[in-house]
Design a protein around this ligand. Structure first.
Ligand code: FAD
Length: 377
């Protein structure tokens, strides 16, 4: 019988909690480390909801990975009995000629995804909370909705622990170094040796692994919550939405039915110089863009938020995440740069990181995301 592999998971956040679950499910001896505790909101995860969708407006190569993630979302829910995802549908709206609308249409046609195309009249009858403009279209993705970030990270980490993983909370990893065919992980308590390490430290990637050959730009991301002024947003069927242009934005009704969370595109996020010193104060002028969007496209929301939160995310130039071994260190598997769209795919990325840590490769179609031979970011 092959020896049981010892694998470290460094950063038990969105991707790390899923990697820990997948590794522990496959019988690996898993030791996780997080600078806080899984489920915290001081990094990329938090804020109650994240959009889940089946159609992909960035690149239809994500669709098979979304299918894999979809199956694992169901499995994690079944194994734990927790409702991590709710499928309420998602509307993608924007100018019909916009490349993201075209990619979406290609993606639904190529992969035969369950969807509807709505014109302005159909949209107004069915979803009066949204307004579109001349030349716009709306695509309703049926197998879409929201996932719950804090609950998901905590649930995946707890499931990993039930399966035998050991997670060190409030334990920042200071250094990861190849060591005799494996890897040494150093914390303030000393160094431990593993067969492999999955590194999923999100916005801290450049701090822990300085000199990476790819750029990961860390940005400060604001979410704001707005209260509807009438009943148009109420009801369990109120879908999430994404608007592609002129300002890329998205929104999700809160699970408690009280408010609607809005977020903006990467272009509007300020850089983060030091992830240990994230500025979590939101200035009134940073909220003006939300009020403008509400006035133009979401007229049933009161334009002043009842809540704001600040997070961080790592973006690559191409928006394609980086997954795979570090050059010259085959036992260190990096998963970083999820560029604002990683959460929905997190069970798949965790599973792929587990594949690479245990088998050195993954059967999933990730060539376009792989670190192997990648020169761009
Ligand atoms: C506001 C916002 C909205 C988003 N909306 C969506 C959406 O609607 N749909 C979607 O699919 N995606 C969305 N995303 C993207 C998604 O949330 C991220 O891609 C994903 O959470 C990134 O996961 P991660 O594991 O890389 O980082 P994180 O979840 O931040 O995990 C990193 C972990 O590493 C730990 N850590 C850091 N350094 C160390 C260290 N040295 N030692 C030990 N532990 C360490 C941190 O404490 C943290 O727990 C959104 C992102 C943001 C910020």
């Amino acid at each position: 019988m092959a020896a049981r592999k010892r694998v470290a998971v460094v950063g038990v956040g969105t991707m790390g909690s899923q990697a820990a679950w997948r590794l522990a499910s496959r019988g690996a001896e898993v030791v996780g480390y997080d600078r806080f505790a899984p489920g915290h909101d001081r990094s990329a995860a938090g804020g109650e909801t994240r959009v889940f969708r089946s159609a992909h407006f960035e690149d239809s190569r994500y669709v098979p990975l979304l299918r894999h993630a979809d199956a694992l979302w169901q499995r994690l829910q079944e194994e734990t009995g927790r409702e991590l995802r709710r499928l309420t549908g998602c509307l993608l709206m924007g100018p019909a000629e916009h490349h993201q609308m075209r990619t979406t249409l290609e993606s639904v046609a190529e992969h035969d995804l369950d969807h509807e195309i709505l014109d302005a009249d159909a949209l107004a009858k069915r979803f009066p909370q949204f307004r579109i403009e001349d030349g716009d279209m709306a695509v309703f993705d049926h197998r879409a909705g929201f996932v719950r970030p804090e609950l998901t990270v905590l649930t995946a980490a707890r499931r990993a622990e039930e399966l035998g993983a050991h997670i060190h909370r409030y334990t920042p990893v200071r250094e990861i170094a190849p060591s005799g065919g494996g890897v040494a992980v150093r914390t303030d308590a000393g160094s431990e040796r593993f067969d492999a390490a999955v590194v999923t430290v999100g916005p801290w990637v450049n701090d822990l692994l300085p000199g990476l050959p790819w750029g990961v730009d860390i940005r400060r991301v604001i979410n704001a919550w707005f209260v509807p002024v009438n009943d148009n947003w109420s009801g369990p069927e109120s879908p999430g939405f994404i608007r592609t242009a002129p300002t890329h934005c998205y929104g999700l009704p809160s699970p408690d039915g009280v408010s609607v969370k809005l977020g903006l595109s990467q272009a509007l996020h300020l850089p983060v110089d030091d992830p240990n010193r994230l500025d979590r104060t939101v200035r009134p002028e940073e909220l003006e863009i939300f009020a403008e969007l509400i006035g133009r496209y979401l007229p049933d929301l009161h334009p002043h938020p009842v809540r704001v939160s600040v997070f961080m995310e790592g973006y690559t130039d191409s928006s394609r995440p980086l997954i795979g071994p570090l050059p010259g260190a085959e036992s260190v598997i990096l998963a970083a740069g999820f560029s604002g769209h990683g959460f929905k795919l997190s069970p798949a990325f965790g599973d792929i990181a587990a594949d690479i840590a245990l088998e050195r490769s993954s059967p999933q179609p990730i060539d376009f995301l792989s670190t192997v031979g990648r020169t761009d970011s």
